[in-house]
Design a protein around this ligand. Structure first.
Ligand code: ADP
Length: 695
């Protein structure tokens, strides 16, 4: 008999053992109705349905998702074996990815399918997670900054792997909440705010702290309310978390080269998606990739920052460079200006030298320490000395012995005061003769106002001096010659006057008196000239004698009164004082002052004299009630030939030599002469002389 495969299968003890005891679920379904005809123990255990339940269900009842239209053609022809993949639902709701191998099978005489089921959920999950991980890796590698990286991470994780997640980053010992992804924006802001209010460190007692310290992971496939109650102490935090309906959670460390840099917490809130070991492994790998992405982003940002800083530094350098360039330009402009100024100085120096060298004026420059530093060609020609010989005080050695001390004293005194000065002196010429020079010595000041010394210009006035001397000699000679006959005339007039007797022409005595007055005037004028010529030629000798000042004043008044009747001359007060002086010359001085007072005041006015003796000096004053003297004239009255503008009226004859002579005489007595005057009110002339102690 030929073997009946169907009956032999059905009745086979071996088959029964294989079918019922197989660790893999197996069942037999009707090829057309698709209802379960028999299930094995593994199917009952794994799927969770009882045998009765199975036998009341069709394949359709356990299928979930997927496209099962081919189920209608399960009544497959022939003896072919088929493999299909589908998703089965366990009684507890778990969804499994399965691979079903179907064989054609005769069961209790019917055509059925014997199915052998392999759970490929894990395998598939691993595979898909692997793919996902690879994709995520690629995606994350593209994120160049933390924000984009986080955005990509979110897109990758939610909702495929988790419904939300949190990333914590370790900064030093502080744990910063880097990112919270949650569908409820209110929760996100609460979480951030809560962490700010309750910052945590690596020492944090909760799961994050543990993971950061140990590098271990945490997988809680099913999160229960009790778990939350127990693990979260803070009531506010606990309440929030309870509200989130957590279902499953994974917390894994993020590591870079085995260094823990943070944690990532994946949360599932969907029923049926509880995390398992596969998910945990995936989460670990994912965390590593996220850590890398964040690290990359950080490095990239650092590099960007460094670049920006470099650029900024570059810009700064650029700016500094520009500044330096500007300063340089300014400097070079200043330099140019300096060079130009120097050039100008050089040019003006050259101009000065050219001028100074080309002139016959003696030009010399001294520095602020009174040393002569420059002497022009004229100086060298006049003295026959080189600049080196004239420099410093070389020039002073050439001064006339009579002028040397006084001129050097004047020169040094001027340096003290830093004032300009003028004067005359004689200097030894190259031919061995002394030359008279007139010097104008203005002070030099630098542009900043500091004293720089002097620049002197002198002209050789020797010829002028000689001419003048000749003129003086002539005046002296003429005066002398005139004075002799005049003295005779005066003597004869006096004799004639005395010899007049009564009965003669009554006009005669008056005429003789008037003649005498005129002769005296002439005599005094001629005496003036004579004195002047003597003075100028250096022949005015001072012959001192001791005399009583009061007596002299009385004499002069008496003599003046002989000639003048128009004014009242009064000696107001006079101390008894004896002085040692040239009596004739002092007489000339008093006489000059008195005759000027008469000349420059109206007839009938009073002229008063005073003589006051002090400890060291005696002061004589002559006051008139005349027209007075202008301020501008006061200082110049004592100059030779100077006459005030207002007093040049022809009726006031004069030559402007009286005060000059008087001043010279007083000076030679080491005294002083000065005037106080107010226009319209009169003038007072004073002179003072030292009182010689009787010895
Ligand atoms: P003069 O021969 O012109 O009087 P002085 O040397 O004596 O020469 O005087 C110089 C000038 O001073 C005079 O011309 C006059 O202008 C003025 N002066 C001198 N004494 C008086 C005075 N008492 N009152 C007003 N002016 C005076």
């Amino acid at each position: 008999m030929s073997a009946d495969p169907e009956s032999s299968f059905q009745n086979s003890y071996n088959f029964s053992i294989l079918f019922y005891e197989s660790p893999q679920p197996m069942w037999i379904v009707d090829s057309v109705k698709l209802n379960f005809l028999e299930v094995n123990n593994a199917a009952i255990t794994i799927y969770g349905y009882s045998k009765e339940e199975f036998l009341n269900m069709t394949i359709r009842d356990i299928l979930v998702g997927g496209d099962h239209k081919d189920l209608n053609s399960m009544d497959l022809p022939g003896n072919a074996t088929y493999n299909i993949q589908s998703f089965h639902k366990y009684k507890n709701g778990n969804r499994r990815h399965v691979e079903v191998t179907m064989f054609p099978f005769i069961f209790n005489g019917s055509r059925t399918r014997l199915s052998y089921i392999r759970d490929i959920t894990a395998k598939e999950k691993r595979q898909s997670l692997l793919q996902y991980l690879n994709l995520a890796g690629e995606e994350l590698a593209l994120a160049l900054n933390t924000d984009t990286a986080l955005q990509k991470i979110s897109q990758l994780i939610v909702p495929t792997f988790a419904n939300w997640f949190t990333i914590n980053i370790l900064r030093g010992d502080d744990v910063d909440l880097l990112f919270v992804q949650n569908p409820d924006p209110e929760y996100v802001s609460w979480a951030i705010d809560f962490r700010q209010r309750n910052p945590i460190t690596i020492e944090y007692k909760g799961v994050i702290g543990h993971i950061l310290r140990t590098g271990e992971s945490s997988l809680i496939p099913v999160v229960t309310a009790e778990m939350i109650e127990q693990s979260i102490e803070d009531p506010e935090h606990r309440k929030k978390i309870l509200n989130l309906n957590l279902r499953s959670s994974i917390v894994v460390p993020m590591k870079i080269k085995s260094k823990i840099i943070g944690t990532i917490n994946f949360i599932s809130t969907v029923e049926g998606r509880e995390y398992d070991e596969i998910d945990l492994n995936f989460a670990k790998d994912m965390a590593t990739r996220i850590a890398l992405a964040l690290e990359n982003a950080r490095l990239y940002e650092e590099a960007q920052d460094a670049l920006a800083q470099a650029e900024e530094a570059d810009a700064e350098t650029q700016a500094t460079n520009e500044e330096i360039t500007a300063i340089n330009e300014e400097l070079s402009a200043t330099n140019d200006q300096l060079a130009a100024a120097y050039q100008r100085i050089q040019e003006s120096e050259e101009t000065f030298r050219a001028m100074a060298e080309d002139t016959n004026v003696l030009i010399a420059v001294s520095d602020e320490s009174s040393n002569g530093v420059y002497f022009n060609r004229a100086w060298q020609e006049l003295t026959g000395k080189s600049v080196a010989e004239l420099q410093d005080f070389g020039w002073a050695e050439l001064l006339h012995p009579e002028d040397k001390d006084s001129w050097i004293a004047k020169y040094l005194a001027a340096f003290e005061k830093q004032e300009s000065f003028n004067g005359e002196f004689r200097i030894l010429g190259k031919k061995g003769d002394y030359r008279w020079v007139l010097a104008r010595v203005p002070a030099r000041f630098r542009s900043d106002g500091t004293f720089a010394g002097y620049i002197s210009s002198c002209i050789d006035i020797t010829d002028m001096k000689n001419d003048e001397a000749r003129k003086n000699d002539f005046i002296g000679m003429v005066s002398h010659e005139l004075k002799t006959p005049l003295t005779s005339v005066m003597a004869m007039l006096q004799v004639t006057g005395k010899r007049l007797t009564a009965g003669q022409d009554p006009l005669l005595p008056g005429l003789i008196d008037k003649s005498l007055t005129q002769v005296r005037k002439m005599t005094s004028m001629i005496t003036g000239f004579l004195n002047l010529s003597r003075l100028e030629s250096g022949k005015m000798d001072i012959i001192k004698s001791r005399f009583n000042m009061k007596d002299l004043i009385h004499e002069v008044i008496a003599e003046t009164e002989m000639m003048v009747s128009s004014h009242k001359i009064r000696l107001e007060s006079c101390d008894e004082v004896e002085i040692l002086a040239d009596r004739n010359k002092i007489e000339t001085v008093i006489s000059n002052l008195l005759s000027n007072a008469v000349k420059y005041s109206s007839p009938g006015t009073e002229i008063s004299l005073n003589c006051k003796a002090g400890a060291d000096s005696v002061k004589i004053s002559v006051r008139d009630e005349g027209e007075g003297i202008d301020e501008q004239d006061k200082s110049r009255l004592f100059e030779r030939y100077y006459r005030a503008e207002t007093n040049k009226a022809p009726y006031k004859s004069g030559f402007g030599i009286g005060l000059y002579l008087s001043a010279e005489i007083i000076q030679r007595h080491d005294g002083n002469i000065w005037v106080e005057s107010e226009v319209g009110k009169g003038s007072t002339f004073y002179f003072s002389l030292p009182v010689m102690t009787k010895s």
